[in-house]
Design a protein. Structure first.
Length: 107
């Protein structure tokens, strides 16, 4: 299950995100300001964690319905959004979100 997750979801999604950074479509100036960064984080930490832990703990409901089923949906979202970003050179950037301001100014 872990190998399935890594080879079919995490590594291909990470490559997509890395390519968008390399092409300057995603900005490295602030993480989580772009929708695709959130989607990738959710693939890794939310559905991915549930798939991996559900498998490790022999909890098929978490491994499948709360893990791999949702991973498939999230991966497709990342894939389609990245293809559109490559065509247009643009991604959705959140205008406001908690912590967007420069953290060095926070006290």
């Amino acid at each position: 299950m872990i190998s399935n997750y890594e080879s079919n979801y995490y590594k291909p999604a990470a490559k997509i995100i890395e390519d968008l950074y390399a092409k300057g479509i995603l900005s490295k100036s602030s993480y989580f300001d772009e929708e695709l960064e959130w989607e990738f984080y959710e693939l890794w930490h939310h559905e991915g964690r549930r798939a991996r832990m559900g498998s490790a703990m022999m909890a098929p409901d978490y491994a499948w319905w709360h893990g791999f089923y949702e991973l498939k949906h999230r991966f497709n979202t990342i894939k389609e959004s990245s293809e559109e970003a490559l065509k247009t050179g643009k991604v959705y950037v959140y205008r406001e979100f908690p912590g967007k301001e420069n953290s060095s100014k926070a006290k």
